[in-house]
Design a binder for this molecule. Structure first.
Ligand code: ATR
Length: 276
């Protein structure tokens, strides 16, 4: 643990519970690498205390905070201004405090796109098929639409996909049962469901129906390599596993709070993955 000066910059992650969060480890790695006079703390805050806690952090001179489950929607409401991605997602994962004002951002979509690029995948290569319609799907769909990518949504509960398509022009929906048949029509397939996560069910996708140029992305990172990613690799498809999205979504917050733009490299992957 670094020794802090009286001018140390402070940030953290607000969640309930927060003990499982990888963010303190991730930001701690960067603080250490850049010898920054600052700290990034786990901040366990009950839902009913969220507003009070955020106002307290502002009053105490914090530079900002990440926000995780279950506070992302409440964080949207507490902001003075939000960026277009937060607006599209209706949720905020990064708060920046400046001159008593609170700016909210949603960096999940940027993290998703940067992860694809780092794995040699062009997000704008063609239509994308998104499996799932939760908060992560919303942020990812908004980021892809901002690039002009045609997005197909499919979800076990069809109404959630339809509601998302109404909110985001340029998205269409197909039935959950039609997902395999649709694989061949898409350049990018993204799993935003919890299927494939340790302890959850498997995502059964028939990748024999995907074109050889199709790229496969997963937001699940426990295990680090999901059965979907393993299957895609075996077939020679380009892949972007989920941990990279977690690492890349953290970059804008760190930059805003600590004034250094950190890089996502192998050493960071190894450090964060070592804890999973
Ligand atoms: P988040 O907001 O973090 O994305 P979420 O809202 O719980 O999380 O979304 C999880 C996604 O996984 C949803 O799309 C969910 O489908 P439903 O909307 O039908 O619940 C999907 N999901 C979870 N378990 C699933 C399963 N067994 N089969 C198919 N989809 C599943």
């Amino acid at each position: 643990m670094a020794i802090l000066s009286g001018q140390a910059r402070l940030a953290g992650v607000i969640g309930w519970p927060v003990a499982h969060s990888r963010s303190p480890r991730l930001h701690g790695f960067w603080l250490n690498r850049h010898s920054i006079d600052g700290a990034y703390l786990p901040l366990p805050v009950r839902p009913e205390d969220f507003q009070t806690a955020v106002r307290g952090l502002v009053a105490a001179g914090f530079a900002g905070a990440n926000v995780t489950i279950p506070h992302k929607e409440a964080a949207f409401a507490v902001c003075d201004t939000v960026d277009p991605f937060a607006h599209a997602a209706g949720a905020v994962n990064t708060l920046v405090f400046q001159d008593g004002r609170i700016t909210g951002r949603n960096t999940d979509g940027i993290g998703f796109l940067e992860n694809l690029r780092q794995h040699g995948i062009d997000p704008a290569a063609g239509p994308a098929l998104l499996l799932g319609a939760g908060g992560a799907a919303r942020a990812i769909a908004a980021a892809l639409r901002a690039l002009g990518v045609a997005v197909t949504l499919t979800n076990r509960t069809a109404e959630r996909a339809e509601a998302l398509a109404v909110a985001l022009p340029g998205c269409r929906t197909i039935a959950w049962d039609a997902r395999d048949a649709a694989l061949g029509d898409h350049a990018l397939i993204v799993n935003t469901t919890s299927l494939g996560m340790t302890g959850h069910g498997d995502l059964m996708l028939d990748l024999t129906r995907a074109a050889p140029t199709t790229a496969i992305s997963d937001i699940v990172y426990v295990p680090l390599e999901t059965p979907l990613i393993t299957d895609a690799k075996t077939r020679g498809l380009k892949t972007a596993p989920g941990l990279g999205m977690l690492l890349h979504q953290a970059v804008p917050g760190f930059t805003a709070w600590f004034g250094v733009t950190p890089v996502v490299d192998d050493a960071l992957y190894d450090f964060v993955a070592g804890d999973l």
